[in-house]
Write a protein that binds this ligand. Structure first.
Ligand code: ATP
Ligand code: MG
Length: 571
């Protein structure tokens, strides 16, 4: 492609509305333009990068045996009513009526549509397993669309759905997708981790998120520095504590702690470390209060609490709610004699002679011990993991890092097939619901995540497999006929060899051509200028590290082609 002919409106200034790097650079590099909140036009260059992601995804899905189809974006509400999601999905689902007053919605995901298709078309175990996917525009009316393509309202997703005869077979389908995803993100040239994700009330470890490691990620992930363990912070299991310590239980007593309500203040006053105190936190779970006990220096992991209680909604109670439920002012609540449900983190069960609120203003208890002094409804892993915790798998050291969720694999079981009565006849003649899995990749988010992970102060540094063009030829003096002839010659030869090449044939100063080439992030920059006129030397500069090599007009196409195909096959 010739630069002079492509719609590539680069900006010199940083756009004010962009908060993250990928958004800023995609606007500056002329990849995207905003139409309205969370809705973008993909310009030719941006689309070229998106197509690269799509191609890799498509190849790997096909390799894994999945079949591509295309489902409608407009979906009848009736299907969503069948699964109960028409209400439950909430305001992210854009609902509307057509001219015949039929309720419809714009697809944020396609479980209902695919299950409807399969229940109509597949009837026998002989036709299974099957895995169907599409690459299509989704619409989610996100509460806070932001960061450009990272969290749009309209975005491109690859979504796949597997149908199997049994749980065991569904696990095989799940594994296949898990492996395909690893190949996809490796081939995209991204630094990523597959992490155990929270699978809500469904349970089990049959949900993994694929995270691109980048500082601007909205998720926190825990990775082991020693083994392969990685988990979403929400899910990361804490290793069970040693315990209880072989320490004699002392006599519990009440002490006055005037005005001391915060953990730090109480501990300082009692001259104990925060690890010697138990906090009593009140949550409202589906409208009902529940007290959660954790060590003074720990935080409750709300997702774990939600899963333990099987609650749809868990929020920290406000002071007034705590008082209404317990009659105790904030800061003095404790487990001894409390009147609401109580659950405890495992660590609390292993503690001896700890301090806790006395359920009376200005008083705390010391030498409290669980079981002897109070009972709880359940003991479970309820706290947030910290970087000081050992790895739950190997005892190694943990680190926290930020990630961008680019993909999600999920074993669904029979949730949808049962509610939609999607059944097949098994080999034993019995009618059974399909066992399903679903697998998503945010195509447009992958493109953005690649930029979050690969850039410098001058612009994008595309991983070679995702670059819209692999090489850019800069003709540094358009008025020099010999230079132009050489640039044209190179352009033709590189293209003939399959190297995706952009020819910067604009009548611009060299400085501004360099700047744009850096901004666009094209992996190889080929410079034809004075040194060519004088000595026949063409400089080839690698965007990633600035390493520059000198080549001749004759040798360049072959060398570059070999280098590019080497590098790409290395992923
Ligand atoms: P998130 O927690 O980021 O909202 P999600 O759990 O809602 O993601 P899924 O329903 O699993 O996402 O969708 C599959 C994939 O689609 C995600 O892994 C992500 O890459 C992508 N995706 C989801 N929402 C958006 C969005 N608003 N904009 C761009 N990509 C998205
Ligand atoms: Mg979401």
């Amino acid at each position: 492609m010739r630069y002079s002919q492509i719609l590539l409106p680069t900006l010199k200034e940083n756009p004010a509305e962009a908060e993250v790097v990928s958004h800023r650079l995609m606007l500056r590099a002329g990849f995207i333009r905003k139409l309205s909140s969370g809705i973008y036009t993909y310009l030719p260059f941006g689309l070229a990068a998106i197509r690269k992601v799509e191609r890799i995804v498509r190849e790997e899905m096909n390799r894994a045996g999945a079949q591509e189809l295309a489902m409608p974006m407009v979906q009848p509400a009736d299907l969503w009513i069948e699964t109960g999601r028409y209400e439950k999905y909430g305001p992210e689902l854009l609902r509307f009526k057509d001219r015949h007053d039929r309720e419809s919605c714009l697809g944020p995901t396609h479980e209902e549509v695919i299950t409807d298709l399969v229940r109509r078309e597949i009837h026998s175990y002989r036709e299974l397993p099957v895995n169907l996917y599409q690459i299509q525009t989704k619409f989610r009316d996100e509460i806070r669309p932001r960061f450009g393509l990272m969290r749009g309202r309209e975005f491109l997703m690859k979504d796949a759905y597997s149908f199997d005869v049994s749980d065991e077979m569904a696990e095989i389908s799940y594994r296949k997708m898990y492996e395909a995803y690893k190949r996809i993100f490796t081939r995209c040239g991204l630094d990523f981790r597959a992490v155990e994700a929270d699978s809500g009330t469904i349970g089990g470890s049959f949900s993994h998120e694929f995270m691109v490691l980048a500082k601007t990620g909205e998720d926190t992930i825990v990775v082991c520095t020693n083994c392969d363990y990685a988990a979403n912070m929400e899910k990361a299991a804490v290793r069970p504590p040693e315990g209880p310590a072989a320490v004699e239980m002392l006599t519990m007593s009440k002490v006055e702690t005037p005005g001391k309500r915060k953990v730090e203040a109480v501990c300082e006053f009692l001259n104990i470390p925060p690890s010697g105190l138990v906090k009593t936190m009140v949550y409202i779970a589906d409208g009902k209060p529940v007290a959660v006990l954790v060590r003074g220096d720990r935080d409750v992991q709300e997702v774990k609490l939600k899963n333990l209680l099987g609650a749809a909604d868990v929020v920290l109670a406000e002071d007034k709610q705590v008082f209404d439920a317990t009659g105790v002012p904030t800061g003095y609540l404790g487990p001894v004699g409390i009147t609401i449900r109580v659950v405890a983190d495992r660590e609390v069960a292993a503690m001896r002679n700890f301090a806790a609120g006395a359920n009376e203003k200005n008083y705390h208890l010391i030498n409290v011990n669980m079981d002897r002094d109070f009972a709880v409804e359940a003991v479970a892993d309820l706290r947030k993991i910290t970087p000081d915790d050992p790895c739950p798998c190997c005892n190694g050291r943990l680190a926290l890092t930020e990630g961008i969720e680019v993909g999600h694999v999920f074993k669904l079981g029979t949730k949808y097939s049962e509610s939609m009565r999607a059944v097949f006849q098994d080999s034993d003649g019995q009618e059974k619901p399909f066992v399903m899995g679903c697998y998503g990749i945010g195509i447009t988010r992958v493109a953005a995540a690649a930029i979050e992970q690969n850039h410098d102060q001058n612009g994008i540094i595309f991983p070679l497999p995702l670059a819209p063009y692999q090489a850019i030829i800069l003709n540094l003096d358009m008025k020099d006929a010999a230079l132009s002839a050489a640039a044209e010659d190179l352009y033709t030869k590189l293209q003939a060899l399959g190297v995706e090449t952009l020819l910067d044939d604009r009548d611009e100063r060299p400085g501004s051509k360099f700047k744009d080439a850096d901004l666009l992030g094209i992996p190889f920059r080929i410079m034809i200028g004075k040194r060519f006129s004088k000595d026949g030397v063409i400089e080839v500069r690698r965007r990633r590290d600035g390493v520059t090599e000198e080549m001749s007009l004759e040798s360049l196409p072959g060398i570059l082609q070999a280098r590019i195909s080497d590098e790409i096959s290395g992923y």
